[in-house]
Design a protein around this ligand. Structure first.
Ligand SMILES: Cc1ncc(COP(=O)(O)O)c(C=O)c1O
Length: 295
């Protein structure tokens, strides 16, 4: 919709290395993360911009928004769009502004594991830009404004009515659920204080919706197995950083290029934080984790 087919969003390497023959945008997190919040580090953006860059795409990871003010300033200075990936952060805020409402466009996911999850796949793009809105509406429906008259090559990106119906039932409960997650996160933070567990870092100007409660621990893989053996649901978000994914192998990145992202991939683990969790259940999680880690 933004006319960027074949363009790269960010890529720090020599432009000759870029592949422009792909149909899809390559949206590669081509520089390292902020190791505290795991979000994009604005200090590293400028060096990654080339003459082919058209957009910055901050991912608001784990429920917390990226540091948007410097991102918007860099985008403005370089005439770039900002596409916020707010899939894990619906209704979270940065300086009282909601995820997805700061940049040119925001993307939401209604995948069932999200804070506002459907009963199957679904998603939404939000924007205040009317021209972009018109393009998105067109492309959502095979490029048609009038049925069977195709202005553009689009696709079927419509939200199923069954998903919309389920989401409408859940939407009024979203704020309550997010508050429940925040309360559970605070309880974990208190319980882990003074231990080897590194709790999530939430900036003072941000409100997180804790799509995940992510801690850093030593012996992470062993802890994962131990928690699972004790019937505690937990997961690794994410075991392989983007630049080391097989599908991007041809882009020439190697281990060591992004040490913060690589270290996070080895140390992070997500604990259950869903709103219905009771303090007693959380005590069990904390005791099971700490007794193992302190062995
Ligand atoms: C940060 C982020 N971006 C994008 C997506 C993709 O969303 P969907 O699965 O709805 O396409 C996800 C979902 O897992 C996500 O967590």
């Amino acid at each position: 919709a933004m006319g960027m087919k074949g363009m790269f969003v960010v890529h720090p390497k020599d432009p000759d290395f870029m592949r422009v023959d792909r149909d899809f945008l390559i949206m590669l997190n081509a520089f390292d993360i902020d190791p505290g919040t795991y979000n994009i580090d604005p200090a590293l953006i400028e060096a990654a911009i080339t003459d082919r860059t058209r957009a910055i795409m901050p991912i608001h990871l784990y429920g917390q928004m990226a540091d948007m003010d410097p991102i918007m300033a860099i985008a403005g200075a370089n005439s770039l769009a900002v596409i916020e990936d707010a899939c894990q952060s619906i209704t979270s805020t940065y300086k009282d502004r909601k995820a997805g409402s700061v940049g040119t466009a925001g993307c939401l996911s209604f995948f069932p594991s999200k804070n506002l999850g459907g009963i199957g796949d679904g998603g939404m793009v939000v924007t205040n830009d009317e021209k972009l809105y018109d393009q998105l509406i067109l492309m959502r429906n095979h490029g048609c404004e009038q049925m069977y008259y195709h202005k553009k090559i689009g696709g079927n990106f419509r939200l199923d009515p069954i998903q919309a119906a389920a989401l409408l039932v859940k939407l009024p409960l979203l704020d309550k659920w997010s508050a429940g997650r925040r309360k559970n996160a605070e309880y974990y933070n208190k319980k882990f204080k003074g231990s080897v567990v590194v709790p999530p870092v939430v900036r003072e100007d941000c409100v997180s919706i804790y799509n995940q409660y992510i801690i850093r621990v030593p012996k992470r893989d062993e802890l994962l197995a131990h928690l699972r053996a004790n019937d505690i649901g937990c997961a690794i978000y994410y075991p392989v950083p983007l630049h080391l994914q097989e599908c991007f192998g041809d882009l020439g990145y190697k281990k060591g290029d992004m040490p913060h992202a690589e270290k996070a991939a080895e140390e992070v683990i997500a604990l259950p934080v869903y709103p219905e969790l009771t303090n007693k259940m959380q005590d069990y999680v904390v005791e099971t984790a700490l007794s193992f880690l302190q062995e």
